[in-house]
Structure formats: C-alpha cells, structure tokens
Design a protein around this ligand. Structure first.
Ligand code: BGC
Length: 257
C-alpha cells in the first residue's frame, strides 16, 4: 500500500499517551519520521518511540513542557538536530480541569491556558520561523475539541483555550497561506483516552453522554489519527482554515443534564 507521508517529518506534542500517541504511530505507519514530545515519566514516550521504530521510521524523543517557552524552542531545535527538519506540527498536548466557575483558582486557570493555547501559539511560532528560514511549506494541525464551539459548564478555562485555538487557526491560515503553510483544527468529541479517566469511571455520567452520541460509542484515538495523516499529506494541500469535527454526531445532538 502506498504511504501518505513518505519522507515527511512530524512533531507531535503530548505523544506519550492518548490521541497524541495514536497520531505519532499512525503518521509513522504512513511513512513519516516523528518527534515524540512528553512531560514526566518516560514510559509512554518510550512505547510510542518503539512503535514508530517498529514501522521502520525514525523517532526522536524530547521532554518539553509546551507551557514553557525555552522548552518549546528546545523541542523545535531538537527536532532539527535529531531528525534533520520538520514539515508537520501537530499541536496535540492538552489538559482540562473540572470546577465551577466561582471556584477556579489562578493556578488552575493558568495551567489550562498555558498548556492548551500559549504552548501551541509559541511552538507554532518557533516552527514557522524555521520553515521561513528554510523557505519550506508546512502543515499545522491543532487538536482542539468540540468545545472550541460548544459549551461545557464547569470547564470554562478549557473552552476559552479551545475557542482561542479556533481563532488562532483561522488567523494563521490567512497569515501563513502565502508561505504555503496550511493550518487546520481537528475537533474530537468524547474519546477513549486518559483525559476522560474520571468520566469512564462514572457509569451514570458516561451513559448520559453515550445517549447523546448518535453513533453510540466513544471515539478511539485512531479515529482522530487517520484524519491528521490525510490533512498532513498531499491530499490536504488545498485545505486550510477549517475545523474538522470527529465526534460520532455529539455536537449535533448535545443536551445539558
Ligand atoms: C473533553 C472531554 C469531553 C468531550 C465531550 C473533550 O474535549 O476533553 O472531557 O468528554 O470533550 O464533551
């Protein structure tokens, strides 16, 4: 089978688990070398690296907290050092905190905003500076959420960050288009990953959510990874400035409890 991403190099943030891990492995299966970014224990990142190498592709490894500017710059520099260059950036790393609006602390607000939107902003900036210096085209894929558009009470900082990601994508699609750089968002609904650990353990809450999903199941990380590969490939060369929702129909059928 021909591969979509033969000879390409991708950076995937938060690729030690969940959606990011699946994307990193899938991009490698489609022919790309991949820089694995992680924070904290190395186990998941090493699993991702091994799975990439099992496909015959190269994997880079870098511990970088996207909320810290020096880390973001180091992630880009390490990619060029370990893998020679990059063509594709996947801003995947993300967190959420569940709290009533009146209880949100400055610490938790900053934690969510810094990882989910400040990080992608400055990582994209560092990546684009490299592309400009090399006069290379590129692909930027942001993993946002249905909550870039849809309300999610008790997760207001998360919604602010994902709504910000939507506007960042739209602005950058226009500003970077003339450089041959495309920018798109993929907006997952409820996916079977560690971010949903507490939801998965709460059967009544899970069942209420499932009742709102027309396709009747949570999504799997591979449901997201396949579209990332398509958009990053030559098939995606005329696609920029849009969000692609992958949610089993949730967004069209969402009811608050
Ligand atoms: C959130 C999940 C939530 C899902 C659907 C995702 O963006 O990370 O916690 O279950 O949206 O509401």
């Amino acid at each position: 089978m021909s591969q979509l991403l033969e000879g390409k190099v991708a950076i995937v943030t938060g690729s030690a688990s969940g959606i990011g891990q699946s994307i990193a492995i899938h991009l490698a299966q489609q022919g790309a070398d991949v820089m694995v970014d992680y924070v904290g224990p190395q186990d998941g990142a090493l699993q991702t690296k091994a799975a990439i190498e099992a496909t015959g592709r190269k994997a880079g490894l870098c511990e970088a907290d996207v909320s810290r500017l020096p880390d973001v710059q180091r992630l880009v520099d390490e990619t060029w050092t370990q893998l020679g260059r990059a063509d594709i950036l996947v801003n995947n790393a993300g967190v959420e905190k569940n709290a009533a609006f009146v209880d949100v602390t400055e610490h938790d607000y900053d934690f969510v905003i810094d990882i989910n939107i400040k990080g992608p902003f400055f990582l994209t900036q560092a990546f684009v500076r490299r592309l400009i210096a090399a006069k290379s085209p590129g692909r930027i894929l942001n993993i946002s959420s249905v909550h870039e558009d849809m309300v999610f009470p008790h997760f207001t900082s998360y919604c602010i960050s994902k709504g910000g990601m939507r506007m960042m994508m739209r602005n950058l699609a226009v500003e970077l288009g003339p450089l041959g750089i495309t920018v798109n968002n993929i907006a997952p609904g409820a996916i079977n990953t560690p971010i949903n650990t507490s939801l998965l353990a709460d059967k009544p809450k899970l069942n209420a959510l499932l009742a709102n999903i027309p396709l009747g199941r949570l999504g799997e990380p591979t449901d997201i990874a396949a579209l990332v590969a398509f958009l990053a490939s030559d098939h995606g060369s005329y696609i920029t400035g849009s969000t692609y929702v992958i949610d089993g129909g949730l967004m069209r059928n969402y009811h608050e409890q």
